[in-house]
Write a protein that binds this ligand. Structure first.
Ligand code: AMP
Ligand code: MG
Length: 341
């Protein structure tokens, strides 16, 4: 029997402990709305003005209306509908996000691939009836999954998918972009401290009043939402997690998650449960968290070693954790342990 478990889990929760209590978080008017397929939570710590919340959520919805594959008539849906047929003019921001997605596709050797749309549909991972497809079905869609068949024309600002049946899915990068945009609105409004949490894509904005780092909890992959295994301390920046627990289903006792290997056409295999990336840009951290998860620890870690200012925390099935040297991570759950190479 198919047991479908869909959890809109906030992969990482903004955790404000004793130091932040001075900022009075729990009486702080934070705002939560459902958008981009997840719960979006914004907390403005000073001057929590209504119009700033309105601007932020208005802009998040604008992004959703251009980039979602779950709404009709978005730019991305128009690109997909014209696959193999015609280039489609798109909004500036859609073009920029797809350009960045292509950059990370190349950087990760295709582990991150924004053309996974046909795989996401085949497995039904975003819908109510996910299922394990046959190898024949997988083989039939695999030729459609290849970022090299995205043709970008910067002069015309058009996007063309060269093969009929190809489909973009920006699910692994758009939330990060939206989080960066929300942080931009916070800065423009001259709000000094804020946390933006778009379903686990977190941006901390500003330096805390007591000058200590923000504390961001890493979700326990085996536990309910909000239970964390450790804390990442950061000054201003993005902390983004890709985890198997965010979206999955079970069939015949086997769990299938939503992070696909574009070369295999199935959920990326390996011994990882989650990867958290710390970076300046949430868009980059978002793409990279998915990329590193699919690459696996060895290749993923080798990749971040080449990237300045990017760090990662890898959580493994055996409850070991590997942390890149620049990450300020503090373990709080004694069932887990930090593995040292
Ligand atoms: P995230 O939670 O950011 O890792 O994004 C996961 C979502 O990105 C999935 O639900 C899919 O829509 C999409 N996705 C899955 N696998 C990949 C991949 N290898 N490259 C790019 N996007 C992917
Ligand atoms: Mg991602």
């Amino acid at each position: 029997m198919l047991k479908y478990c869909f959890s809109l889990c906030i992969a990482v929760l903004a955790l404000v402990s004793c130091a932040c209590a001075k900022l009075n978080l729990f009486q702080q008017p934070s705002r939560a709305e459902f958008a981009l397929g997840t719960v979006c939570n914004v907390t403005l710590f000073d001057q929590a003005r209504e119009e700033v919340y309105r601007d932020i959520f208005g802009h998040i919805r604008e992004i959703e209306n251009r980039m979602s594959v779950n709404l009709p008539q978005t730019d991305v849906m128009r690109i997909n509908a014209a696959a193999g047929y015609a280039p489609v003019p798109v909004n500036n921001d859609v073009f920029a996000v797809i350009e960045r997605a292509v950059y990370f596709a190349e950087l990760s050797g295709g582990a991150f691939d924004p053309t996974v749309g046909p795989l996401v549909s085949l497995w039904g991972i975003s819908g109510d009836y996910p299922r394990v497809p046959s190898q024949e079905e997988i083989d039939a869609v695999l030729p459609l999954v290849n970022w090299r068949n995205i043709e970008l024309n910067p002069e015309e600002r058009t996007v063309f998918l060269k093969i009929p049946g190809m489909a973009l899915d920006l699910g692994a990068i758009a939330k990060g972009y939206a989080a960066d945009e929300a942080a931009g609105i916070v800065k423009e409004a001259r709000i000094n401290q804020a946390i933006i949490d778009l379903g686990g894509d977190i941006v901390t904005s500003g330096i805390k009043k007591d000058k200590t780092k923000w504390k961001i909890g890493i979700q326990d992959p085996f536990n309910s939402r909000g239970v964390y295994i450790g804390i990442i301390n950061v000054f201003e920046g993005a902390v983004v997690t890709s985890g198997v627990y965010e979206r999955f289903f079970e069939e015949d006792g086997i769990r299938y998650h939503h992070l696909f290997s574009p070369s295999q056409g199935s959920p990326a295999a390996g011994n990882l449960l989650s990867v958290t990336v710390i970076a300046n840009s949430a868009m980059d951290a978002d793409a990279l968290s998915t990329a590193l998860f699919v690459l696996g620890y060895e290749k993923g870690n080798a990749l971040i070693e080449t990237l300045a200012g990017i760090d990662a925390v890898f959580v493994f099935e055996d409850k070991s954790i590997r942390v890149s040297p620049g990450a300020d991570f503090f373990l709080t759950d004694d069932e887990y342990w930090i593995a040292v190479e």
